[in-house]
Design a protein around this ligand. Sequence first.
Ligand code: NAD
Length: 454
Amino acid sequence: MQIINPATEEIIQEVAEDTPETIQEKFQLLKEGQKQWAAVPLAQRISAIEKFYTLLDERKDELAETLTREVGKPIQQSYNELNGARRRIEYFIKNSAKWLAEEWITEEDATREKIVYEPLGIIANISAWNYPYLVGVNVFIPALIGGNAVLYKPSEYSTLTGLHIQRLLYLAGIPENVFSIVIGKSAAGQALLDLPLDGYFFTGSYRTGKYIAEQTAGKLVPVQLELGGKDPLYIMDDVDDVNAVAEAALEGAVYNAGQSCCAVERIYVQENIYDKFVDAFVGQAKKLVTGNPMDKKTDIGPVSRKEQLKFLAEQVEDARQKGGNIMSGGTTAKGSGYFFEPTVVINANHQMKLMTDESFGPVIGIQKVKDDSEAVQLMKDTPYGLTAAVYSKSYDRAEKVMKQMNTGTVYWNCCDRVSAALPWSGRKNSGLGATLSYLGIRAFVQPKAYHLRG
Ligand code: NAD
């Protein structure tokens, strides 16, 4: 399998793909390892993860450079991702013992009752490329702490990062028969679905997630899906500082070239401030620096997959034909590399694919709305349910909107953020189950109820 640098289109490296046979061998190895790992005291398992946490910092230059070379993320954002991943790991280190400890529920008369949390067994972690550290640690860190073995399949677009993760986990003391990488594309993922695993934890597109849920349904094991979104952001006319809101919304829309599951994908602005907001937003968008992701001054790198360029161009063209005004960008940048210019489309509406289909690129539509009720109706007009953001001076007014959102996350005066202490979950086509928070620790264990007499 060739690993291609999306900024230069050069082949970085070739790696051997796993076959169903090598995946079967890895699975057999993990079977024995998982039992031994589950018997290791929790404090010792956590201590290995602490070493991994330290190694991520010690090796950050090499890791950030690899990440930027293989997915095209601006180098500063690669460092940010590593820091963010470490903060999440810190949360798991500090909180896992509390949520995995046995719980005495009843201690009265002759009967005592307690809950003990046991590992699931061997789980599959089938992952995405856009934030390989962040979405990876959501799964393999609590899974390992909980006493599970992990077959970790990084996306084919972030394979080298996956190999770094495996190397550092081994260096940190995770045994080789407890964590194993599976290298390849969809066929390697399919081979995991064919194994009798004890849980499937997937991050990726709705299409693949639905397929995985269907394929694994008969196994009756936990299946969690963290999928895409079409996340709305609504700006009410009482905001104090339109420029600051435009800045936050723009960053939410184009950070990582818009390739975030919780990127701002559509913007609604109340009519009184629409023109002012559009001026500020477009003015700032035109200042974004697109180019070499290794350069610290770059805001927008290439998109990671070549096919995405055609997809984005078609969305923009569809919007133009349906009355949208393209205020900046709109096309693939000249020269080598998968660059798409940051694109702002105003006068957007829901006839346009730009406002209904996940873009996953540096393009954004802005639509004018009359009032909160029109905004709510448009924000809810989506098969997805990941996040929704509201900007307003008034919490009461914003809360009325947030309460009506059928999403796993709502934001007031912020957007495009994830907290390790809160559950990360999507509703409808955005997913099933939750990672992070205490729920994301408990997701990797199963309760056993003890009824004790005597
Ligand atoms: P994808 O669905 O194309 O691939 C995800 C993973 O599934 C890859 O490892 C891929 O090799 C594997 N895969 C593909 N076909 C498979 C099959 N038939 N069986 C088993 N495995 C298979 O998604 P992607 O392009 O890597 O990621 C982008 C999507 O992920 C976007 O929609 C984004 O919004 C979503 N995402 C969601 C979150 C979240 O937390 N909700 C986080 C990051 C990304």
